[in-house]
Ligand binder design. Sequence first.
Ligand SMILES: Nc1nc2c(ncn2[C@@H]2O[C@H](COP(=O)(O)OP(=O)(O)OP(=O)(O)O)[C@@H](O)[C@H]2O)c(=O)[nH]1
Ligand SMILES: [Mg+2]
Length: 548
Amino acid sequence: MPPRCPTLPGTLTPFLYPFLFSHAAKRASRPLFSQFQCRHDSSTSEPSQPTYEEGSHLNPPPDEYSRSVFSDKATVTLFAGSGGHGCISFLREKYIEKGPPNGGNGGSGGNVYIQAVRGETSLHKLGRRNILKAGRGKNGQGKTRGGERGDDVVIQVPVGTVVREIERVDPVAIEEQRMKLEAGKEDGVDGNGPWKLSRDKWLLYPAVTPEDVATAEFPSLPRARRSTLAMAQVKAPISLDLSAPMERPTLLAAGAVGGLGNPHFVTKAVPRPKFATKGEEGMRITLELELKLLADVGLVGLPNAGKSTLLRAMSKSRARVGDWAFTTLQPNVGTVVLDDHNGRPKSQAFYETGEPRTNYTIADIPGLVEDAHLDRGLGISFLRHVERARVLAFVIDLNAGDAVQALKALWKEVGEYERMKIQEEKEKADPIVEWSPFRSAQDALDNRQETIVINPIGPTLDNPLAPQMPSIAGKPWFVVATKADLPGTRENFEALKAYLEDVGQGICEHPSGQTKVWEEEVEAIPVSAINGHGTEKITEWVIGLLDD
Ligand SMILES: Nc1nc2c(ncn2[C@@H]2O[C@H](COP(=O)(O)OP(=O)(O)OP(=O)(O)O)[C@@H](O)[C@H]2O)c(=O)[nH]1
Ligand SMILES: [Mg+2]
């Protein structure tokens, strides 16, 4: 791999307007990476002939791209393990002709757990597998040996996943329900008593003939049993918001218990029972998973701004790069490792849990076009990702016209989208009940109708930033001014910087057009992603924002 900051002879030496940059660095109150400075020349003249290292990681040949695999939604069906069958066996020893029963119980089925972990960034693996089955418990064996437990399944999901239950089939609950319904009845439909209907729940000794089965007198079937672990299960219906990494997995579905061996059915009348019970069937749960938090930083920009190149410059991502719009059609998430390769984290940054931060994630979001909020150019599906980043980095191409206008255009789309979402939420939160209490015949003839609005809760248009709503304008943000290596971009950057200063001082309106916004200093960081220059400053800034 080429070095992170390749210094090409004759190019980019005056890179990144040092006089502007050093001023910003001085003002920034977050110098967490003291030893982490990008080397750049002190000359301030514009570059004349940009040349890039062809075929490098940042300017890759077409066959160097990895296929983007990302999914923010998945539906999975989980099967808890079924229990193993009980065993029918008898002691066999010399001089003991008809030994007592000694069949072991079946092992219980495997459990299904869920765990939110750092490092996972997408749900595509789960979406692809679709069905996850815990292992079945092994059958019991002779000499009172119980069956082995089935293998557990742990579903690992990215931090920020929301889990909702769609469907649940719990055979034990169905059985309990059936028993409750038939509890009062003396006899079942076939006159054998309610419990004896379930002949399929019994296992018979191999030597038993079909006639024996038909006429066999079974004892009452034991109640459907749940494993004791079921107490620790997440309450049904499952609804989880896994917004923090979990030290231990949480139990979603406990495996079913195993069947009972034949010693359980010994009575005076039947000292050597030739039957045992089958294991319970495991439950089936269908879950819908959705990624609420995509990454720590979301790159928001117009098409072709250089977002994917920036992601490649900052992480080991092999996102597709191309000199045309819509190269990226679904988010690419990259991880920026903060380690300085000496075994110690490089920064003094910490996760919310207090542990030292070792990395952060960046999502390269597909480009937004004008009227994206009206779903132009797959707009809504792209904008959906914007609200899933903790910090927004607006990527502005300094070589593509007025940077301030580009920033305003991006904020306009984001702001409009947010307004639409709030309106949608408001409609959901205002259940309208149409009610016609006909009190008299006359009333009915008049066809009177009343409309009652119950609990107008949640954010409204008057109060768009009401609590419990994630607000995009309230997220920390900054600007990455990219392609700063190209000639004639400095003025554009200066204008952008001046504009952001005005926004900070309240001279200019916030580009989102909203009033309740994130109010801290907005930094503009010039970079040349294609050369990997200036990206360290982004890391420094992001860490500061994530730490706040
Ligand atoms: N000169 C220069 N060119 C750059 C820089 N960054 C990206 N480019 C070029 O700009 C073009 C677009 O880059 P991408 O990274 O694909 O842009 P994008 O924003 O991901 O584009 P979409 O995915 O289509 O929205 C490519 O030809 C890059 O080589 C830069 O810092 N300097
Ligand atoms: Mg791209």
